[in-house]
Unconditional design. Sequence first.
Length: 166
Amino acid sequence: MNLECPYCKGKLKTGQVNIHGTLGGFLVFGLSYQNLYFKTESEKEIKILGSNDVTPALRCGSCGIVVLNKEIIEQNDRDTLIELLTLCSSKELQESIIKLNPGIDIHEQIYQGWNRFYSPQKNEFTAFFTEEELKSMSELEVLIAAKDWKRIDVVADEILSSVAEK
């Protein structure tokens, strides 16, 4: 897909934007919770992106305009799990995200994403999976809690293979 900048007709490149602190900012200002807001002259401020959130974006290489895509596509838990397992098992995908987001701790992002998503106590979550899949995810949960990244890659790939077959 070839996207054209609405302002200068330059080529828009796909990527993502996020908000995060830097080591220099931490040393000078300390740890702070940061958000991205939008405000017109006459309207109330609207939160666009929360601290450590990520959203798809387009950027024009010519004029520098950035377009954020905040449309949320509803996914079921199974689809979200497959995306997370894909990220866990793919060094190439992890490296691509790191390249787009220098300084990001991809393992910490996976850890936080898993903790937000993995909800075996909820019926809405377990309804999407077989008993065997839930057992495998429980094993992966232990590895993620221990941050055993070498084993996580292997186990996530095994789970992904069995879950993606269905």
